[in-house]
Design a protein around this ligand. Structure first.
Ligand code: ADP
Length: 401
């Protein structure tokens, strides 16, 4: 069974075609600059690749590019579109409506649409993606939606409520939802597998550290708290996002600078974080390199990031009443080993001990335990694979499992 996984953004659409017999990626690519001018990239599992500038006015035109690439004489991987058994879509916001993956129906599309106010850019783009897919692949190919928020739906109310007047929860569904759920789900289950234990018996803290970052506390396979909130702005400092801060900082700066809510949204989401503090870059590699060559603000940005990761792990250890394993994943978590080392050193009081040599070598897709044999807490680096989770959920649902 071959499953097409789609991650539709407002101006981009990433895809992977996965062969479920061995879970290998047989083709992947990205439609970039949809509605602007258009750039298309395609790569096959056996190393054939091409990229081209091609106008894509909307998501339907982007899907036509994907279809043509998959069937292409030179770069194709299938002979007939009917070889694609099902399509799985990543959806950012499932709100309180969707606590698990589901098969797409008109009602499901309407549900995702109704959540657009909570995730204006993302959910609107996802709906465009689903509809475009229906147009190009036809109604006979089943589609499934997998939500970033779903894994977090087990959080207790005391963890997901914000202490603002209750009426805003009732009127506007203002609460913590959490994101990256598919990634936290994948790495926590993989962690249990690597430990050879049932996830039901484990307390795990998963650190998804990328351009966007979130940390999650998982007790017995169920999320009890997560750092992202109503939107992906909450939690730890990120590439260009602030993470959590005193809300008065927002009103204070807005008043001083005569900024509108939209202006402030740009400051908090696009100009802050590693970029805002360092003034160098939003990319951790650039900031780390600048810090190493003596840039003090870059060093400060790194110090803040490591301090915040440490604070979340500390508080979630208390929330869980102890921790069996800590997992690092995503671009920074999988590669920037100095952050892992610095954070884990500070956790020595909790019995965390990292093997520095193993940690250094655990980069660029390496999966495994980085804690020393005598560490009381297991620490892992686990490359995330959200597309595989989407493909697995899609297969299960279309097989009626
Ligand atoms: P996104 O949240 O956009 O999916 P990623 O998970 O790709 O982001 O993470 C991007 C971050 O990870 C950047 O700050 C970058 O510096 C870091 N990163 C990505 N790849 C590497 C790598 N090979 N080595 C070091 N850092 C990396």
């Amino acid at each position: 069974m071959k499953i097409l996984v789609i991650n539709a953004g407002s101006s981009s659409m990433k895809y992977q075609l996965i062969d479920m017999t061995d879970e290998s990626v047989i083709a992947k690519g990205n439609c970039e600059r949809i509605g602007v001018d258009g750039h298309f990239k395609h790569k096959t599992g056996d190393g054939r690749e091409y990229e081209t500038d091609v106008v894509m006015n909307n998501h339907t035109e982007a899907f036509v590019q994907i279809k043509n690439a998959l069937l292409d004489e030179n770069y194709g991987v299938i002979k007939n579109l009917s070889e694609v058994s099902a399509i799985g879509h990543r959806i950012v916001q499932g709100g309180s409506l969707f606590s698990e993956s589901t098969i797409v129906t008109e009602d499901v599309i309407k549900g995702i649409e109704s959540l657009i106010p909570l995730a204006p850019l993302h959910n609107a783009a996802h709906v465009q993606g689903i509809r475009a897919c229906l147009e190009v692949f036809g109604k006979d190919v089943p589609e499934v939606v997998v939500f970033d928020t779903a894994f977090h739906s087990t959080m207790p109310q005391k963890a997901f409520m914000y202490p603002v007047p209750y009426e805003y929860y009732e009127k506007y569904a203002v609460r913590r939802y959490g994101f990256h759920g598919t990634s936290h789900r994948y790495v926590s289950q993989r962690c249990a597998d690597l430990m050879g234990k049932d996830i039901k018996d484990l307390k795990i803290i998963t650190c998804h550290l990328g351009n966007g970052s979130s940390i999650t506390a998982i007790d017995g396979g169920k999320v009890v708290d997560t750092s992202m909130g109503l939107t992906p702005l909450d939690g730890i400092m990120m590439g260009t996002r602030t993470g959590a801060l005193d809300p008065s900082v927002v009103t204070f700066i807005a008043e001083k600078e005569h900024f509108s809510p939209t202006d402030m949204d740009t400051v908090l989401n696009k100009k802050s974080g590693l970029l805002g503090i360092s003034g160098v870059s939003s990319d951790d590699r650039d900031v780390t390199a600048a810090a190493e060559s003596g840039n003090e603000r870059a060093q400060l940005a790194i110090d803040i990031l490591e301090y915040e990761i440490l604070k979340y792990i500390g508080s979630y250890t208390a929330v869980l009443g102890g921790v069996d394993a800590i997992v690092f994943t995503a671009g920074i978590g999988e590669n920037q080993y100095t952050h892992r080392e610095n954070v884990c050193k500070k956790l020595a009081f909790a019995g965390v001990k990292v093997d520095e040599e193993v940690n250094k070598k655990s980069i660029r897709g390496v999966e495994g335990r980085i804690s020393a044999p005598d560490s009381k807490v297991d620490v892992f680096v686990i490359p995330t694979n959200e597309e595989l989770v989407i493909a697995r959920d899609t297969m299960k649902l279309v097989q009626g499992d």
